[in-house]
Unconditional design. Structure first.
Lengths: 98, 528
């Protein structure tokens, strides 16, 4: 992976619940730390756009989808376990994957 | 009576699944969730899909199908065999999938707390966008395998169940069970999702699979109890055979129809009743098939339509035999007066045979029906399955208010009870016995009307002969000749063992001195 690769991240939430807010905050923190200046983050509220959840076959919320760079990855939860999020974003070496 | 409100019964939604609305006394409770559990291969998915399909086909009610196991494309393809064109329904907004099946390449990492809010939102969206009245969720067990946290899944399913109530849909959820008899479902889902539980079983019994459905509970409302057999047929899906739920409400008429033999008509006091069941019992080769052929011929002569189910002989054999008795089945068939259906009993299960018979009757609309022989069906299923088959068949024919003639082969050549008789004799209106009798040093054939509900009938045993013109029953006469000592008394005694028949024997010609032949014709039989 090159250092300048762009990240496109979509975070699906169901309404602005405390859990949703936590996920947004956690994601923002991780991105600021590790992906400064090279990420695009979109927050999609499923209650407003249910068809998008249908298209992506999303079951759990919050769900984070790493659209770019490939491979596509899904991380569910409020993203409070930073290490797992970094693994999911391919920002940590493979041997640490759990 | 202060609490009037609590007296309003739980309303039910007719499912349209054949037989189910009868055993559930109206269908599934409206606006509630019903759990359908069963082992692998017990037709849960078909049931879930059929619930929606019948809603669409019979009352144009849109439905949502939530799938956790199979991909929608698989379901569409599999259910095409039932002639359910799901894709077409989807295009017309009558059917919508919520696809929660495992997606290849969707590797998911869990990081922190989550819920199934997205699934709920999708289901609600699907329900609202097509105005669904019915929803099927297949299957709950698969949800548990998708996520590591079973407690969370359980809490979320409970939330889903509550949300479905809020949407006003009637819901059906499926869940696996590991054994046919034991815990209701895996993960104990029944405890928290459903007020109503239905169990589908697929039990191996006497080397045959036997499917049954049981409504275990309907909270706050009534249903028929116990297991009911069902079958899954291509083009039709699940068909439940509601045995004991069948109501005995057929009317009874005094109308008579000819039996096909003027002498037999006389023996029966003027012919068979139009809506009666006639059991013809006898050993192999003593004239049962001939009797059915005469019965059909008699109907055809009157311009009636006749339907014959033959389970013992091939079509060619049957046509040849009939023409040997001077009855031309082929030309009757050409004139659409007769339809002969030949099948090997072993070719299908009893339930499938039963449904095939019903469908033939429904489509051909005969004025009389003959089955030769029902006892051939004994081989196909278990004793219990056969009993259910007989009862169901009998009540179906009765409801059509047409005469039905069923033959039963006795186990021993000289007569005696058969399984068919013991299951069937109490629901038949007329019983005719055909027996070999020893007389003047040779074997002859005797016929008697053992029972004839609602009518006087002859008690004599008459001799009959068979030639190229069919059956010839000798005239009744008071003169007794040829006392048959041992063999035939055995057969009468054997019949007497049957409790429900013994009453009918009262009028018989003195059981103490055996089975006598009274016949005016003194000519010797041809050795046929």
């Amino acid at each position: 992976m090159t250092v300048n690769e762009k990240f496109l991240l979509k975070l699906y939430i169901t309404g602005h619940t405390p859990r949703s807010e936590r996920a947004i905050k956690n994601l923002r923190r991780i991105c600021e730390l590790d992906l400064e200046g090279r990420y695009e983050m979109r927050v999609i509220d499923i209650l407003e756009q249910p068809q998008l959840a249908e298209d992506e076959k999303i079951l759990a919320t919050p769900t984070l989808i790493k659209v770019l760079p490939p491979p596509l990855r899904r991380i569910i939860g409020d993203l409070s376990d930073t290490e797992k999020v970094l693994v999911g974003l391919d920002l940590l070496p493979v041997e640490l994957k759990l | 009576m202060t609490k009037e409100n609590s007296k309003i019964p739980v309303e039910k939604l007719g499912t349209g699944i054949e037989g189910f609305d009868l055993i559930s006394q109206g269908g599934l409770p409206i606006g509630r969730t019903t759990l359908v559990t069963g082992t692998a291969g017990s037709a849960k998915t078909v049931f879930a899909a059929q619930f929606l399909a019948e809603g669409i086909r019979k009352s144009n009610e849109p439905g949502v199908f939530v799938t956790f196991e199979e991909h929608p494309s698989e379901i569409r393809k599999n259910l095409l065999s039932m002639s359910w064109h799901i894709q077409e329904w989807e295009e017309r907004d009558l059917w919508r999938f919520v696809d929660a099946s495992p997606q290849p390449g969707h590797e998911t990492i869990e990081s922190g707390e989550f819920d199934l809010g997205a699934l709920l939102a999708r289901i609600e969206y699907a329900v609202r966008s097509i105005g669904a009245k019915r929803i099927s969720i297949d299957s709950l067990g698969a949800v548990f395998t998708l996520f590591n946290n079973a407690t969370l899944v359980r809490a979320e399913l409970r939330r889903l169940s509550a949300a479905l109530k809020g949407m006003g849909v009637t819901a059906l959820m499926t869940a696996e069970r590991t054994q046919e008899f034991g815990e209701i479902a895996r993960f104990g889902v029944e405890e928290f999702v459903a007020d109503n539980v239905i169990i589908l079983r697929n039990v191996l019994e006497a080397e045959k699979r036997r499917r049954t459905i049981e409504i275990l509970k309907f909270r706050g409302t009534t249903h028929q109890k116990g297991e009911y057999p069902f079958t899954v047929l291509p083009d039709q899906g699940i068909i439940i055979i509601p045995l004991s739920a069948i109501e005995l409400k057929q009317r009874s008429s005094g109308l008579r129809v000819p039996s096909g033999s003027p002498e037999m008509d006389r023996m029966c006091g003027g012919g068979f009743f139009r809506d009666s069941l006639i059991l013809v019992s006898g050993a192999t080769g003593c004239g049962k098939t001939l009797m059915t052929a005469e019965f059909i011929h008699g109907g055809a002569k009157k311009g009636e339509k006749c339907l014959l189910f033959a389970y013992e002989e091939s079509r060619e054999q049957l046509l040849r035999n009939a023409s040997g008795w001077g009855i031309d089945f082929e030309s009757l068939e050409r004139n659409n007066q007769l339809r002969v259906v030949c099948a090997y009993p072993e070719s299908a299960g009893l339930e499938d045979h039963l449904i095939a018979i019903k469908q033939e009757i429904d489509s051909f609309k005969p004025d009389r029906v003959a089955v030769d022989s029902v006892s051939a069906m004994e081989r196909v299923g278990s004793n219990r399955g056969f009993r259910e088959f007989m009862i169901s068949l009998a009540s179906f024919v009765k409801h059509r208010e047409i005469p039905g003639m069923f033959t039963a082969t006795t186990a021993t050549l000289m007569g005696g009870p058969s399984v068919t008789e013991s299951h069937f004799s109490s629901i038949t209106d007329t019983i005719i016995l055909l027996r070999y009798v020893e007389m003047l040093g040779e074997m002859r054939r005797g016929v008697t009307v053992l029972k004839m509900r609602g009518s006087m009938h002859e008690k004599d045993i008459r001799e009959f002969t068979i030639d190229h013109q069919g059956m010839h029953i000798g005239k009744a006469s008071g003169s007794h000749f040829g006392h048959v000592p041992e063999l035939t008394r055995l057969s009468v005694d054997a019949v007497c063992v049957r409790e429900d028949l013994s009453g009918d024997l009262d009028g018989m010609d003195g059981t103490s001195h055996g089975f006598r032949i009274g016949s005016a014709s003194k000519r010797r039989n041809r050795s046929a």
